[in-house]
Design a protein around this ligand. Structure first.
Ligand code: IMP
Ligand code: MG
Length: 177
């Protein structure tokens, strides 16, 4: 048993389940865009494993770019205003954009990002998240492509962190408070 196996209280979603679901999402996206090119926008750093996996399951002309955002101290809890640490390097006007995210929790981050990117007039803008915690929502926002719904637990693994740790776990687990 390796060191990191000790942190798994319980495996909620196995690597096999993740792989299967990511394959299905990739196939759905391939079907929905019918041969059109798509730009996948990964939100650093939690989307890294999901981005690496899903981009290989989409049979379209795929390009990728990344953004990095951070909350304004505690104010994001109420306002949802986020600070853009790293913006896109790619223009998105007239393009099909899919935001690739680790989890939709309160929804505040994605709500802000969606508005921010819509201002650049993409042809379409959708949200794809491997996890959704609908019970925590503070703003009405829905993902277009969702991997799994999870309960209100603190999730780690497959990109999700606790103080930057555990992102590399190949499965989804959770930490007790
Ligand atoms: P929001 O609350 O929907 O704005 O989520 C913002 C960010 O909080 C997500 O992109 C994740 O990085 C992080 N986050 C939310 N829930 C969890 C969790 O259960 N574990 C680890 N990170 C989380
Ligand atoms: Mg994140």
């Amino acid at each position: 048993m390796g060191k990191m196996d000790n942190v798994a209280q319980e495996i909620l979603i196995t690597r096999e389940q993740l792989a299967q679901r990511v394959r299905e999402l990739g196939q759905q996206i391939t079907k929905d865009y019918e041969g059109e090119p798509v730009l996948l926008v990964g939100i650093l750093r939690g989307s890294v494993p999901f981005m690496a996996d899903i981009m290989r399951e989409i049979d379209l002309d795929v390009t990728i770019d990344f953004m990095s955002v951070s909350s304004y101290g505690g104010s994001t809890k109420t306002s949802g205003v986020v600070r853009i640490i790293k913006d896109l390097e790619t223009p998105i006007e007239g393009r099909n954009v899919i935001i690739i995210e680790d989890i939709i929790d309160t929804g505040l981050t994605l709500h802000y990002l969606k508005g921010y990117l819509e201002g650049r007039n993409p042809k379409s803008l959708k949200i794809c998240a491997i996890l959704d915690k609908p019970s925590r929502r503070k703003i009405d926002i829905k993902g277009d492509y969702i991997g799994f719904e999870v309960e209100d637990k603190f999730i780690v693994g497959y990109g999700l962190d606790f103080n930057q740790h555990y992102r590399q776990l190949p499965y989804i687990s959770w930490l007790k408070e």
